[in-house]
Design a binder for this molecule. Sequence first.
Ligand code: LCV
Length: 259
Amino acid sequence: MSLVITEIKSFTGIITLNNPSKLNALCKELINDLIAALNQMKERQLRCVILRAPAGSKVFSAGHDISELPKGSRDPLSYEDPLRRGIRAIQSFPTPVIAMVEGSVWGGAFELVMSCDMIYAAEGSTFAMTPANLGVAYDIVGIHNLIRDCSLHVIKEMVFTARSVSAERALQTGIVNRIAPAAELEAVVMEIAELISVKAPLSITLIKEELRVLNEANPLTPDEFERLQYMRRVVYDSDDAKEGIAAFVEKRKPVFNGR
Ligand code: LCV
């Protein structure tokens, strides 16, 4: 059974994350189903895709499936890992992908919604960026996906404290386009999707790709890249990386010693 539900309404595709027992944690299987759904919708030449959780969800997605994180000594977010593949599938989708958020968004799921073209959130939803909770060596591409769309100070506060921000705060800081009461959110997003679906799709596809390429343009020298990769290796080889995951599994607070 697929871990996503797909639906098509006219020119709009709707992908609903559907793994409630694991709070829509982004396990490999769910990401593969998400990518398969996007590929089907690309073949149907749909003009807009909405990514959502079931109505009434308290948790939109609990983020990367922690049980699938390597237990140290391996890059947890390398190029072909599921989260990286899922995010590239959204960013390279030829027409707009809209995140319709209800509930709490955690870690890699925050990067996933940030990789969408627009974000519309229900009042009461929250967003958290959690590598510092787990001792995770988040990767350069993932961090780059966060810093382009809202103030660096806000992203630093989110990462350094791992504390959730409210939908209202996310609206003020440009993380989300708009918030609405949960009961009205679907109508708000469907209206946007319908507006998009009658516009010129070729222009939209071109400008979405121009914006992606320009937004990702960042002069990073090979030496700088290698230096950051070395710093990441120190983190993912660390005792703290193991402690973060162990603490989550053992349902206790982690004790990080900085080595
Ligand atoms: C696997 C889970 C998860 C989960 N994976 O329900 O950004 S990074 O670097 O951190 C990146 C690597 C990343 O995305 O890491 C994951 C970040 N996610 C989080 O930190 C959220 C972790 N989850 C929670 O804080 C709670 O589960 C929330 C607040 C989401 C919901 O709390 P609630 O009390 O409603 P439980 O905690 O009881 O979770 C229900 C079941 O889902 C599992 C969790 O282990 C529990 O399983 P058991 O019933 O078998 O004990 N679960 C939750 N999140 N990300 N499994």
